[in-house]
Every structure is written in structure tokens, then in C-alpha cells.
Write a new protein. Structure first.
Length: 668
């Protein structure tokens, strides 16, 4: 755990209007559309996780283990954040820190087994060695047979002072990402020599969070660029942490809008720099507002579901217990500013305010409990969308034919009525309804409609649906693979369909899909695509009787820009300080005629990227559209270099396509 260096976003306009409007009027029913043909990722066995810390005297206790088991927690991380980089497992010491009694590794493992989960262990990089880590693997998996599969190398090692801020212990003479990455290779080699079946994770920065994007003096690139280039080929997953900032519920609850871009950037970096798709583990997450009250619960439910849908294989809340902070009233209840899921029973320094009894669950605990009932290991998330900005929606299909829809009402004052629209699925008339509302001490279970629901203010509601009939469906196809991709076409490699089954190829577009075609072959070519565009596609199997299966996991690919054009653009970032940057654009006339009074246009991929000011041309921005204009003439073969200062509040995603006087340019 550490403080975060992130820029705050604006208040959500819809909630601001709610606070000032009068008199209150009934809101029209919202529509939530669930498309079972637009599949997302499958829930991993370690999906729902938490952090344990060796300074927590309740670590591994029966009471805590049973509470975590009841909540459906299936992954537990040890030995606790930054303590990982001072902890020596063999003698159970952490020089410079406090180690509570009965928190050693064996005690931790007893708790993990009692809870029915699996461990995630962070090896000591800061003050340890590869040999020490390999010894831990030998003890855990060879001597004790614990079967610890997931091992991280260090905690937040970019916080070692290399970028200015220092909270992570690092006794190495070189604090650079290159030094870390080279030692990660040594750790991975030594640890896998003991047990080749383990998975090794390297520490990465989260796109959009400090110090992501910053290149320090003497480095070949940013932390992620260097670490993935050197260590990426020998590790199995990347580790990110996420503590989105905000001073109000309206601010923090919108931060999940950034997740898709965050994870897409990590995947793109992995493919480009490591040469493979790395797994992604979010091993610390929490919020900055309402940590123990309903805003924290709403954030937890939305963040976990969104991350899992993007393919993050484990999401681990920080922490099981933590400690009391700023006490205040939030959403009508006392919030202790405690990062813990469970009360530590602490009091303020003056003794005037105390938390509830030890191990009393806070609101996010119940959100995680709801998550485990909504999406279970082996379930597949599918696309869900709503036309109400204060309702967040998620859906998961189940191997037995059932489906669950989780609806989060972020309105603190008003209930919302929701009509459910299911595409590719017919539900039985009734559903099991699970509800966790503001101030509740647990999840209520009732029976209700499968087509409509009323969501209490500030609540999480899950509808568990059953199919109207038990008709056997074709087997769900495997994920397609992108073959050759050009500016206008993409060849997709498909699994071979069984006899009597065709594969339908669907493009996902919001909550809807467009069917591109169908085939019984193992390849499919999509044509007439737009250059410089990202596409997401799924496969659906349909038999001769017209019955369709669930969709495959998604394939995402990006088309290139034209290989030949009368213009070319090179985008080059020259500096970055975590929430702002400087970039140059080189614009070249590759045609045969002069270009006079030229205007270059492009669009930012996100809503939080902004041109602050520019030079060597006239810069303007409207929404996400940017225009760069100049009255000079570009002769054939001539280039112009223009630059700008940009601001961003989330992942800083490069534009994909540029047009010069209406002509799409080649990008270099």
C-alpha cells in the first residue's frame, strides 16, 4: 500500500443534477440489454481474491478464514504489500516492520486451505535474493506440498526512488527497471528450476497511474517498456495495482470507465514487447472514498466484474484488516476510512470513536460476497449495457444454461426500475433476486421477475435466471485467432466446427452484434474494414435446427493504415510526467502535388485526453476530435513537424488514424 499520484476527474454531471433538482419526479424505466452472442472472458478459479498481511494478528484465524469462505473468496495474497520487500520467510522476520504473532507462512496456508482458496505469494525482491525465493518454492511445493502456483517478484518496485517517490524497500545499487527486469529473469530461472509448474509475475505500472509512461534519465523507455522487453519472455503474468482517486462517490464510481483501455494497453505492450499474451493480475485494489460504506461496495462490485470481463485472472482487495483513518458520515453511515474488508475493532487516537466489534464485515465484504454469487469460476461474462448512466450492468452465463445479471444503482437517493432485454436467450418467468442495499448487514434473497426489477437507491442487485427450456445447444466455440490483418481485411483462424454446425462470426458493437458471415471452414476473411480501427469479434455455433450456443471468448484486433497514401504521419512522445506529456507529429507529403492550407485531423480514443496547447500550427479540440491547421505549403517529399502539450486523467492511448485535408494517411 502507498499513496497514489493520480489526477482527479470531474464530478459526474448526472449526480450533480440529482442533488439540485426539485421537486423529485419518477424516473422512466431504464433498459439493460444483455447480448449472449457478445462474449467476454471466462472467470478464473482465482478470480475473487484478497490481501493478507503479516502485521495482522487475525491472519489465518478460523474466524477470518470462515468469513472469507462464506464470501466466496478463492485467492489470498501474502505476505502483505510493501512488507513483501522486507520479509524473509525462513525466519519469519521483516526488519524495520512489525510482524504479528501467528502469521507465519504455515499459518497462512492453514487459513487458505480452510477457506478453500489458493495462495498468491510475493517473493522478496527489495532485500532478498533469487536463492531465497527458490528456497521458498522448495519448502512450499516440494517439502510441504502446498501447490503454490502464483508467485510475484516484488511489490511496487517502481516506488524505490527511481522516479522520485520512495516507499518500497530496495537495497540494490541500481534502482532502474532494467536492473529489476534482469533480476526477475534470475528469480524466474531459479524458482522454476525447483518447480517448473509455477507461474511467475513481474511488477508493471498501471496505464494512466503514476509513474506509467515516464522515462527516467538513463532508461531506454518507461518501466513497462523496459521490464516487458527484458523479463517479459520468461514470466507468465504481469502484476498491476489500482487505487483510483476521487473526493466524492461520483468521482470514484466513474473510474471503472477506464478499465477496458487500461487492460487493452497492458495486453498491447505484452504482445509487442514480450512477444506473447501475458496473464494479468490485479493484486491490489481499493478506493479513495467510502471505503467501509456503500460507495466502496458499489465500486468493488463494478471494478471486480469489469476487470474479470476484460480477462484479469485475479482481483485482490487490499486488505482483510487495515486500520482506522478519517471518521466521517458517508451515505448515512459511519465510514472509518479503513482499507480493510473486516473491522479491526480500532478506535481513534482520542478514544472517542471506535469501530464495530472485531471482524465485523464492512460494506465491500458484502459486495465481494455478491460477486461470488454472480460470477463463479467457469462462468463466462457477456456484454451488458444500460441507457441510464447511474446504472452499471454486468452479465454472466453459466455452463448449466443459467445466467446471472448484476445491476448496480449508483443513485444515492432514488430507486430505479429496470427492464431487462435478453438477446440470444429466453429466460423462465421467475428469477432468484439477490439484493444488497445501503445499510444492509447482508444479502437478501427473494423471488422476482426475470424481465424487470426495482433497484433500491445505492444498491447491488443480482438476478439469477434459468432458461425457459432445456434444449441442448451446440458446444461453445473456442476463441478465434487473428491471422493476417491489413488496412481493409482480416483473416481469422477458427476452430473446426462439428458435423452439422456452422460458425457465425459476429462483430460486437456496444450491446449489439453485427453478423459478418458464417462458415464451416477453419478460416474466415472479413473485408471492407475501416483502416486504423479496433474490432472485437465472437463466434457463435449454430446447428441445422437453428439452435445457437453461447459465444466464444472475444478476439480483438486493430487494422492498420494504408500502406500507400499521399501523406504520412509519425507520432512521437518526447516526455511524460504521469498526467501530462509532450509529443511531436511529423507530417510528410508523400504525394506528387503540393498541399496548401493543410489541416490534419485525428481523434483521441478516450474522453480524458486533451491538447493543452500546441506550436508550429493552429491547434483546436472539440470533444475527442483534434484539428491541426497551417497556411504553409507542403511540397512533394517535404515534412512539417508540429508539437503539443497534452493532459490525460487515465490511460494515455495513442490515436490510430490521421487525415490530411480529408485523405487518410499512412502512419509510421
Amino acid at each position: 500500500m502507498r499513496s497514489r499520484h493520480v489526477v482527479l476527474a470531474a464530478l459526474l454531471a448526472a449526480q450533480a443534477l440529482l442533488a439540485t433538482s426539485s421537486p423529485a419526479q419518477a424516473d422512466p424505466a431504464a433498459t439493460v440489454t444483455v447480448n449472449t452472442r457478445a462474449g467476454l472472458e471466462t472467470v478464473h478459479e482465482a478470480a475473487i481474491g484478497v490481501n493478507h498481511a503479516i502485521w495482522d494478528g487475525q491472519l489465518g484465524s478460523d474466524a477470518v478464514s470462515d468469513l472469507l469462505k462464506d464470501a466466496g473468496v478463492r485467492a489470498m495474497r501474502y505476505p502483505g504489500g510493501s512488507y513483501s520487500d522486507i520479509y524473509h520467510w525462513r525466519d519469519h522476520t521483516a526488519p524495520g516492520g512489525y510482524v504479528a504473532p501467528n502469521t507465519d507462512f504455515d499459518t497462512f496456508m492453514r487459513g487458505v486451505r480452510r477457506a478453500g482458496g489458493q495462495p498468491i505469494v510475493t517473493a522478496n525482491y527489495g532485500t532478498g535474493t533469487a536463492e531465497e525465493a527458490a528456497g521458498w518454492v522448495r519448502y512450499a511445493n516440494i517439502e510441504k506440498g502446498y501447490g503454490v502456483k502464483y508467485w510475484e517478484i516484488g511489490n511496487e518496485n517502481y516506488g524505490n526512488g527511481h522516479y522520485g517517490a520512495s516507499w518500497e524497500a530496495d537495497h540494490h545499487p541500481d534502482k532502474s527497471p532494467a536492473y529489476y527486469a534482469n533480476l526477475v529473469r534470475d528469480y524466474a530461472t531459479a524458482m522454476k528450476a525447483v518447480d517448473p509448474t509455477i507461474k511467475i509475475g513481474a511488477v508493471l505500472t498501471t496505464p494512466g497511474d503514476w509513474p506509467d509512461g515516464i522515462t527516467a534519465a538513463g532508461d531506454a523507455g518507461s518501466w513497462n517498456e523496459v521490464v516487458l522487453s527484458i523479463a517479459g519472455p520468461v514470466v507468465d503474468f504481469g502484476v498491476i495495482h489500482w487505487y483510483p482517486s476521487g473526493d466524492t462517490a461520483a468521482q470514484v464510481l466513474t473510474r471503472t470507465d477506464r478499465v477496458a483501455h487500461q487492460i487493452a494497453l497492458v495486453r498491447e505492450q505484452s504482445r509487442r514487447l514480450a512477444g506473447k499474451d501475458l496473464g494479468i493480475a490485479l493484486t491490489e485494489v481499493n478506493t479513495s472514498y467510502g471505503r467501509n460504506t456503500q460507495p466502496g461496495a458499489l465500486f468493488a462490485a463494478d471494478a471486480y466484474a469489469t476487470m474479470l470481463g476484460q480477462g484479469v485472472f485475479t482481483v485482490d482487495w487490499w486488505n482483510v484488516h487495515n486500520g482506522i483513518g478519517q471518521v466521517r458520515q458517508i451515505a448515512g453511515h459511519t465510514d472509518y476510512d479503513d482499507f480493510g474488508l473486516l473491522s479491526s475493532g480500532a478506535c481513534t487516537a482520542d478514544g472517542t470513536v471506535c469501530q464495530p466489534a472485531l471482524n465485523t464485515p464492512f460494506a465491500p465484504y458484502h459486495a465481494i460476497s455478491m460477486l461470488s454469487r454472480f460470477a463463479r469460476p467457469g462462468d463466462q461474462l457477456v456484454t451488458a449495457a444500460t441507457n441510464d448512466p447511474l446504472i452499471r450492468s454486468h452479465a454472466a452465463r453459466r455452463p448449466d444454461g443459467g445466467m446471472a445479471v448484476m445491476l448496480i444503482n449508483q443513485d444515492p437517493d432514488a430507486a430505479r426500475t429496470v427492464n431487462l432485454k435478453l438477446l440470444g436467450y429466453t429466460a423462465a418467468a421467475t428469477a432468484t433476486v439477490l439484493t444488497f442495499a445501503n445499510g444492509d448487514s447482508g444479502i437478501a434473497t427473494t423471488t422476482g421477475s426475470s424481465s424487470t426489477a426495482t433497484l433500491p437507491p445505492y444498491s447491488i442487485t443480482t438476478l439469477v435466471l434459468k432458461p425457459a427450456t432445456s434444449t441442448a445447444l451446440p458446444a461453445t466455440p473456442a476463441r478465434p485467432v487473428a491471422g493476417s490483418v491489413s488496412d481493409h481485411t482480416a483473416t481469422l483462424s477458427l476452430p473446426a466446427p462439428p458435423a452439422g454446425v456452422k460458425h457465425e462470426i459476429h462483430r460486437v458493437n456496444g450491446a449489439n452484434t453485427d453478423q459478418w458471415g458464417e462458415t464451416t471452414a477453419t478460416t474466415f476473411t472479413a473485408s471492407n474494414l475501416s483502416p486504423g480501427t479496433t474490432y472485437t469479434v465472437n463466434i457463435v455455433a449454430r446447428d441445422n435446427a437453428g439452435r445457437s450456443s453461447w459465444s466464444s471468448p472475444p478476439l480483438t484486433f486493430t487494422t492498420g493504415t494504408p500502406t500507400t497514401s499521399s501523406c504520412a504521419v509519425t507520432y512521437r512522445e518526447t516526455s511524460n510526467w504521469g498526467n501530462g506529456f509532450v509529443a511531436d507529429l511529423d507530417i510528410t507529403n508523400t504525394g506528387t502535388t503540393p498541399v496548401t492550407n493543410w489541416t490534419l485531423t485525428y481523434a483521441w480514443p478516450t474522453t480524458w485526453q486533451q491538447v493543452a496547447n500546441g506550436w508550429n500550427a493552429t491547434w483546436s479540440q472539440t470533444g475527442q476530435q483534434v484539428s491541426v491547421a497551417d497556411t504553409t505549403t507542403l511540397a512533394p517529399g517535404a515534412s512539417a513537424t508540429v508539437g503539443f502539450v497534452g493532459n490525460y486523467q487515465g490511460p494515455n492511448v495513442r490515436p490510430l488514424r490521421y487525415s490530411l485535408n480529408g485523405t487518410l494517411c499512412t502512419t509510421r
